[in-house]
Design a protein around this ligand. Structure first.
Ligand code: SF4
Length: 441
């Protein structure tokens, strides 16, 4: 009998959920991909897989309720995604599920075999579950071989989806050699970078285009880690832009110390011509704490080089990192003023379980964690600082944004949502500190 699998990707269709769906289809299941598990889809499925891309999903009532309903309806439920790095946390919130750890290609097929053939899922490498109240954890599965063809399960209507300006983020490689304390990429995918053959990437993009996707961004942490050298990266961008049009392609996330003229020329010639530089902070002390592996001088050089080549630069900044002082925030404001970025995105430091930051927030006293300290204008000190940086960014951009009432209100609203979400996650992790000991490696 063909197994009917419902894959749920909350909020929007992530690339990861499409991989999960594709893996299940190739295994032989009939697969449907949904953003919410509607009752009919649930009734006509044998198994439900929740592909969770944010820790926040573990705290959301709708997700918890959907998982409970599926279990109450007698379905086996599998949960995967970055949250699987600390399966105890998932099992604490979503009882009765099987956590599929790591990459779908290696963990799911043997798990589906076991579930279909009445085998024992506890024998499968890379899963975690509770058995009579005890944790069963069978380790981390091996990384997937990206050379193998791996069709995606592509839902319809991708043209209506908007993720930071793109309909969909595509994957060209996995892994990152960096060691940033706040980032899950090297922990989840490993520090060795693996990449896909160009033909396989183009095939996936064609499938996504047939489903309506028009605007594409390349994900994978640091885009130019693709291939053996910058020529491979340039060939990748050229082929993608021939297919989708350069006005529809962005290669956003880059590290300041990995940029060179050739990489920037490829970005200028084959994409919308922007980079999103992981600046994180204008304080070298904070960059060291984050183990970012770059200095503010690397950022300056990267910005000058990008300007010389003709690429526009948006800064991605982190504020409210544990141990941050007022002078660190001032240093970031000074860097914003000095470099006059073309755009800037301010994020409150979010502790992801399994990362060093995720563990750090469970070990430090509350006074050292800005998102847990009361603010003056906003609810938290991290919120105060995020707003302060956002307003500074508006006035120091290469094309400054006039600070109208509407702009101010929108900024306050965005920061408030962010500080609340991060404060909730931080408290959640602190309440479960015992589960996070020894999790960051
Ligand atoms: S933030 Fe970027 S450079 Fe740092 S570890 Fe993550 S993917 Fe790598």
């Amino acid at each position: 009998m063909t197994l009917r699998i419902l894959v749920v990707s909350p909020d929007y269709y992530t690339y990861g959920a499409m991989v999960v769906g594709g893996v299940c289809e190739r295994w032989g299941a009939r697969v449907r991909l949904r953003r919410t598990p509607d009752p009919k889809a649930l009734r006509t499925s044998d198994l439900v897989i929740f592909s969770l891309h944010s820790t926040h999903h573990l705290l959301r009532k709708d997700v918890i309720e959907a998982v409970r309903k599926a279990i109450d309806a007698g379905r086996r439920v599998i949960v995967g995604g970055p949250v699987s790095q600390v399966p105890e946390l998932v099992l604490e919130r979503l009882s009765g599920v099987i956590v599929a750890k790591g990459e779908a290609e290696t963990v799911l097929p043997p798990l589906l075999d076991a579930l279909r053939e009445g085998g024992d899922p506890e024998e499968v490498e890379g899963i975690a579950l509770k058995h009579d109240g005890d944790l069963v954890d069978t380790g981390w599965p091996p990384p997937a071989d990206l050379e193998e063809p791996r069709p995606l399960k592509v839902p319809r209507g991708l043209d209506r989806q908007d993720i930071r300006g793109a309909n969909v983020y595509i994957e060209t490689h996995r892994g990152c050699a960096g060691a940033c304390t706040f980032c899950q990429v090297p922990r989840f995918f490993g520090r060795e970078v693996r990449w896909k053959p160009l033909d396989a990437i183009l095939e996936e993009v064609r499938a996504l285009m047939r489903a309506g996707a028009r605007r594409f961004a390349i994900s994978g942490g640091t885009v130019n880690m693709y291939g053996d050298d910058e020529e491979d990266f340039a060939r990748l961008l050229a082929a993608l832009s021939d297919l989708v049009g350069r006005q529809n392609l962005s290669a956003p996330d880059v590290r300041a110390d990995l940029l060179n003229e050739r990489v920037l020329e490829a970005i200028r010639d084959h994409t919308i011509g922007w980079i999103f530089l992981g600046v994180e902070s204008g304080s070298d002390r904070m960059l060291r704490r984050m183990k970012k592996g770059i200095t503010t001088d690397d950022v300056r050089e990267a910005v000058w080089l990008a300007r010389r080549v003709g690429v526009r630069v948006a800064a991605s900044l982190i504020v409210g990192y544990p141990g941050e002082r007022e002078e660190d925030v001032e240093a970031t404001e000074e860097l914003l003023a000095e470099l006059a970025f073309d755009d800037a995105f301010i994020n409150v430091a979010e502790p992801i379980p399994g990362t060093e930051l995720g563990r750090l927030v469970t070990e430090l006293p509350e006074e050292e964690i800005p998102v847990l300290r009361p603010g003056k204008r906003m609810e938290t000190l991290a919120g105060d600082r995020a707003l302060q940086l956002q307003l500074t960014a508006f006035t120091t951009l290469s094309r400054p944004v006039p600070l109208t009432d509407d702009v101010y209100r929108e900024a306050v609203k965005g920061v408030r949502e962010e500080e609340r979400k991060v404060a909730r996650i931080t408290r959640f992790l602190r309440e479960h500190a015992h589960l996070l000991r020894g999790t960051a490696h």
